[in-house]
Design a binder for this molecule. Structure first.
Ligand code: DGL
Length: 288
């Protein structure tokens, strides 16, 4: 497979939430052209089995590879948790970056005492990939994984703050962080104490809740957003492979593809990115 520096990067997600990763990539790598593919016909992935998610992710990756890409970014946490190895095996030579490894590494560094709470979809939690990846970089860490499925629909409804959103966030997170005040020094060694001191956002949608989550967990908790850490990792990967784009930033292009409902894609996109995406700019694709 020949990889050209000025080919686009393919970015894949189950739907629209992966635009948080696209946004981080555009900020970090403005000269890169991007093709974003959201599998809106089969959303959500977060409630599906490992086999279904891997099958969908491989189909999406094949579609992007057929269009010509120099690297694949798996923005979807659920696909990153279940399908990354299968994707790397299917496309040897193509740089494939998921969101789990960069997020896990950043959490391992940011957590003062190794008490890390990962919030994600049900399917990502079941995969156990985040705790494994965190333990690779921080062996003594005490990782608690918490499925927060209602956050996904709440964000897609545009409810990123306000009393209902706050109640939901407190329902999920207070039991894991309420002791933060007294547990902050909790034992002073990795894994000691009760309350988390680091919150890892293991789902595309959760960066949209950042101000609310900050208020709920308090200022002493490190919050890691895997979208920004992934953009940094993609930059390193491209540099390492000699694949960084050479064009001026104003010539970089972004294409949007969806497998269903471009209108909804365009409408919900406004929750995740500050620029408008008109429905007629979203191309329909059939993954077969
Ligand atoms: N993109 C998914 C993730 O990051 C959330 C939405 C879904 O369940 O498909 O896990």
């Amino acid at each position: 497979m020949t990889l050209e520096r000025d080919l686009p990067i393919g970015v894949f997600d189950s739907g629209v939430g992966g635009l948080t990763v696209l946004k981080a990539l555009r900020e970090r790598l403005p000269a890169e052209s991007l093709i974003y593919l959201g599998d809106t016909a089969r959303l959500p992935y977060g409630t599906k089995s490992a086999a279904a998610v891997s099958h969908y992710a491989l189909q999406a990756a094949h579609a992007l590879v057929r269009m010509g890409i120099k690297a694949l970014v798996v923005a979807d946490n659920t696909s990153s948790a279940h399908a990354l190895e299968a994707l790397r095996a299917e496309f040897p030579g193509l740089p494939v970056m998921g969101v789990v490894e960069p997020g896990a590494a950043a959490a391992g560094i940011a957590s003062p005492t190794g008490r890390i709470v990962v919030i994600a979809t049900e399917s990502t939690v079941q995969a156990g990939t985040y705790p494994r990846a965190i333990h690779n970089t921080r062996p003594g860490a005490r990782v608690i994984s918490k499925a927060c499925p209602l956050f996904v629909s709440m964000v897609e409804e545009g409810m990123t703050d306000g009393p209902i959103a706050e109640q939901m966030a407190r329902h999920y997170l207070d039991p894991l962080f309420a002791a933060a005040g007294e547990g902050k020094d909790g034992g002073g060694k990795d894994g000691g104490g009760e309350a988390g001191d680091c919150l890892l956002l293991g789902c595309t949608h959760f960066p949209a809740l950042l101000p609310l989550l900050r208020r709920v967990v308090g200022d002493d908790v490190a919050i890691i957003d895997s979208a920004t850490t992934t953009a940094r990792a993609v930059e390193d990967l491209l540099d390492h492979r000699g694949l960084a784009a050479t064009r001026p930033a104003e010539r970089a292009r972004v294409r949007y593809l969806a497998t269903d409902a471009p209108d909804r894609f365009a409408r919900v996109a406004g929750i995740f990115v500050p620029w408008a995406i008109p429905a007629d700019a979203v191309e329909l694709v059939d993954l077969g």
